[in-house]
Design a protein around this ligand. Structure first.
Ligand SMILES: Nc1ncnc2c1ncn2[C@@H]1O[C@H](COP(=O)(O)OP(=O)(O)OP(=O)(O)O)[C@@H](O)[C@H]1O
Ligand SMILES: [Mg+2]
Length: 377
């Protein structure tokens, strides 16, 4: 049923009101994370990969986390379509983070996102990247028939006006939810609408104050990727266009966002990260002989200190000569398990991106329930 796009007011005693109040306290709370920014950045990178794998999976890209990591470590120059689709999604996330502060969320911004999402793809590509569709598609697995293509432009103008209209802040989360549904309901592109809308939700959340650059990573797409049926059912409720249907949809979105934000906030607490993620991952790495016992010890210290100079290791390795220690550090550096904090610096930081430790870190995250998708890693 077609409905004018407008704010709705949830009853004061509805679960939606409770969720809005709850998520708003998270948005306003100052962040006092103990995780080193460079370490946090690596974790954030892993989550971007997970968001991307999850987002492309909705429509049947079957790349597993394990395959993706394998590819990144062993054959980074290999780019089959399935991997490219995930990379595109990661690039789109980066595009958002780099441009969201200088750019309004308008047609140009969405066009750019869509172009990045479908770039160089065949099966999951688009005939007109960045341009609205000229035909009337069906959505696989859904009974919704998007509006006729001649209506798309006007509907999108209405959508952008709604996004950029200055409603009171208390409506922000309702807006994010309504915009997500309205966008895919319109289905402005011939393909890639789902991938684009999940990115649009991310962009809107950053604009609303869930700042990634101040340390909080948020993984809103996990909400939509972990259970495709629940996502499609909730969208279908919103298709009804009734206030009741829309409230069911909004509740679905906000419940997911709230649990994601809480989960991810744990990663700002470095004690938690060290104990639950890094240390188990390093133990596994030694067990599998990815690293030696000595290397384990050095990496464990590196992880504990977050940032260190080789000389600082001496106190712990009092039976080792500095030459021997430097040799271990050099080897770990060559394998990129340690990286200088800046070029030529002698201060190092623990690194698990695109090396053999990445898989062990993912496994530890999985064990702690962080992965939005169920995979054997
Ligand atoms: N009942 C519905 N009403 C509105 N939108 C829907 C409905 N069911 C599904 N959708 C949206 O349509 C998207 C699929 O559209 P499309 O194929 O253009 O996107 P995609 O990015 O190529 O695929 P996908 O999101 O499935 O990976 C879904 O991700 C979902 O967001
Ligand atoms: Mg598609």
């Amino acid at each position: 049923m077609e409905r004018k796009l407008d704010i709705i007011n949830p009853p004061f005693d509805s679960p939606v009101t409770d969720l809005i109040i709850e998520i708003d306290t998270l948005r306003k709370r100052p962040l006092k994370g103990s995780t080193h920014p460079a370490i946090f950045f690596q974790i954030k990178h892993l989550f971007h990969i997970l968001e991307s794998i999850g987002s492309v999976r909705i429509e049947g890209n079957h790349t597993t986390i394990a395959e993706y990591i394998e590819n990144e470590i062993e054959h980074p120059s290999n780019q089959p379509e399935a991997i490219l689709e995930i990379r595109n999604n990661e690039n789109a996330i980066n595009f958002i983070e780099e441009n969201i502060d200088k750019s309004p969320i308008d047609r140009a911004f969405i066009s750019e996102l869509h172009k990045i999402v479908v770039k160089n793809l065949d099966r999951e590509g688009s005939r007109q990247p960045g341009k609205y569709r000229l035909e009337n598609p069906r959505i696989t697995g859904s009974s919704h028939i998007p509006p006729d293509s001649v209506l798309v432009n006007d509907l999108m103008i209405e959508l952008f006006n709604f996004i950029n209209h200055k409603h009171p802040e208390k409506y922000d989360l309702i807006k994010v939810s309504l915009v997500h549904h309205r966008f895919v309901w319109i289905h402005p592109f011939d393909n890639g609408n789902g991938r684009t809308v999940r990115l649009l939700t991310y962009a809107m959340m950053i604009k609303m104050g869930f700042r990634v650059d101040q340390g909080r990573i948020i993984n809103p797409t996990a909400v939509f990727c972990s259970n495709r049926d629940a996502y499609y059912n909730a969208l279908q409720q919103a298709d009804e266009g009734t206030e009741e249907g829309l409230l069911i949809w909004i509740e679905y979105v906000l419940k997911g966002l709230s649990s994601e934000i809480r989960k991810i906030d744990n990663l700002l607490d470095y004690n938690y990260v060290l104990l639950k993620i890094f240390e188990p991952a390093l133990r596994e790495a030694e067990r599998k002989r990815i690293i030696t016992q000595q290397e384990h010890k050095v990496l464990q210290l590196a992880a504990r200190m977050q940032e260190f100079k080789t000389a600082q290791l001496k106190t712990v390795f009092n039976n080792k000569s500095s030459v021997a220690l430097s040799r271990i550090v050099k080897k770990l550096r060559d394998r990129e398990f340690l990286l200088p904090v800046s070029a030529n610096s002698r201060t190092y930081i623990f690194n698990f991106i695109n090396n053999e430790l990445m898989r062990e870190i993912m496994k530890a995250l999985d064990k702690e329930g962080f992965l939005p998708i169920k995979d054997e890693i």
